[in-house]
Design a protein around this ligand. Structure first.
Ligand code: ATP
Ligand code: MG
Length: 360
């Protein structure tokens, strides 16, 4: 069991700063996910926690102790990576037992611990097989079991599911979440997949260009993003962004673009914001196609049925069509003129220059 703290953690490769002053506290027993686009520094951060990379500045603390100078093997962490590296000539049992035997654990205890872990991971029927005889999902479970059996104080996982097909990935993320609940250990999980982050995490740290942009619970990040990057990173399809300007209208503020006019709810009138260039963000599920909709109107130019819901692209005078998500029972036809409204309180504003959130 371990709390893991990162303090102003940075990593330079030559003149390139891959990780830039990351401050983060990961609680004992927490499922923390690092998410962000390729190259944002997720693996480098994880490697500094694991001890594979030395920090250029800052500190890693595990259970209250600074571990910067500690070898990876002394940190009591369990690692699971995308490339599984199971020993091909050994049975599944021997693969799982390997780490225990290296530590000269007695054969009776090895047997007991491997059996306990295979029961948890539901892989008992695989014990006598060799890695070459396993499916992708089975091999992934064996790789996890091999780490779990060592009973580390925390698990570090770097995109462990990315080699699996989409259906198996969804199954495995449920299993991983269940495993986390069973073990109660600290999990740090790296992925570039926002859906994985949303579904598995207790808390998410969103990274970009080596910096943490926002840390929070999945729905808080989804509903209350601090900037346009975070807002656009989560959700499929992405949030719609419309460029425009804030205007004072009858004592309150409105958002106005070439083709839209949208009154804004706000606590105060904030006349200081009138005239400011902004981007309005609205998620596809928060645009409603209704007769006489007060936000704007346009022509339907594309329809994508997803089965349970349908994506409707509306050409409404912006650079890109607005994408709305409607119930599949809602019938619209390409070319049809529709008007729409935004669900109350479900739009967010960003400064057009800094792209930071503006709160009314
Ligand atoms: N050993 C290295 N030498 C030089 N640059 C490196 C080294 N390792 C990583 N980098 C650079 O640091 C940045 C962060 O890399 P990192 O592997 O942490 O990204 P990541 O977020 O894990 O990306 P991905 O999702 O593609 O795995 C990248 O721009 C990468 O090119
Ligand atoms: Mg990586």
């Amino acid at each position: 069991m371990a709390k893991i703290e990162l303090e102003k953690l940075s990593k330079d490769f030559g003149r390139f700063r891959a990780v830039d002053g990351v401050d983060l506290e990961i609680q004992d027993g927490e499922f923390m996910v690092f998410v962000g686009p390729s190259g944002c520094g997720k693996t480098t951060t994880l490697n500094m926690i694991a001890g594979f990379e030395r920090p250029s500045a800052g500190a890693v603390r595990i259970g209250g102790r600074v571990v910067n100078d500690m070898e990876p093997g002394e940190r009591d962490l369990g690692m699971v990576f995308q490339s599984l590296a199971l020993f091909p000539h050994m049975t599944v049992f021997d693969n799982i037992a390997f780490g225990l035997r290296v530590k000269k654990t007695g054969e009776g205890e090895v047997r007991a611990r491997v059996q306990a872990v295979t029961a948890t991971m539901k892989i008992a029927p695989l014990l006598s097989k060799r890695p070459g005889q396993l499916s992708g999902g089975e091999a992934q479970r064996v790789a996890l079991a091999r780490t779990v059996v060592n009973n580390p104080s925390a698990f570090l996982m770097d995109e462990p599911l990315s080699s699996l097909d989409a259906k198996l990935r969804v199954e495995m993320r449920t299993e991983l979440k269940r495993l986390h609940t069973t073990l109660g250990s600290t999990f740090i999980y790296v992925t570039h997949d926002q859906a994985e982050a949303m579904t598995m995490a207790d808390r998410i740290a969103v990274m970009k260009d080596g910096r943490v942009q926002q840390v929070g619970e999945p729905l808080d990040i989804y509903n209350d993003p601090v900037n346009m990057f975070v807002a656009g990173f989560f959700g499929v399809p992405s949030m719609n962004f419309i460029h425009g300007r804030l205007e004072a209208r009858g004592g309150s503020l409105a958002f106005a673009s070439a083709s839209l006019l949208c009154p804004l709810d706000g606590k105060g009138a904030r006349p200081d914001l009138a005239g400011r260039a902004v981007n309005l963000g609205v998620r596809p599920e928060n645009i409603r196609i209704v007769e006489g909709g007060d936000a704007g109107s346009g022509a339907v130019n594309l329809i994508e049925p997803l089965g349970d819901e349908t994506l409707v692209h509306i050409e409404s005078g912006g650079n890109v069509p607005l994408i709305t998500k409607v119930e599949s029972t809602h019938h619209v036809r390409p070319g049809e003129k529709v008007s729409f409204e935004f669900k109350r309180g479900q739009v967010v504003l960003f400064d057009a220059g800094t792209q930071d959130r503006i709160r009314l």
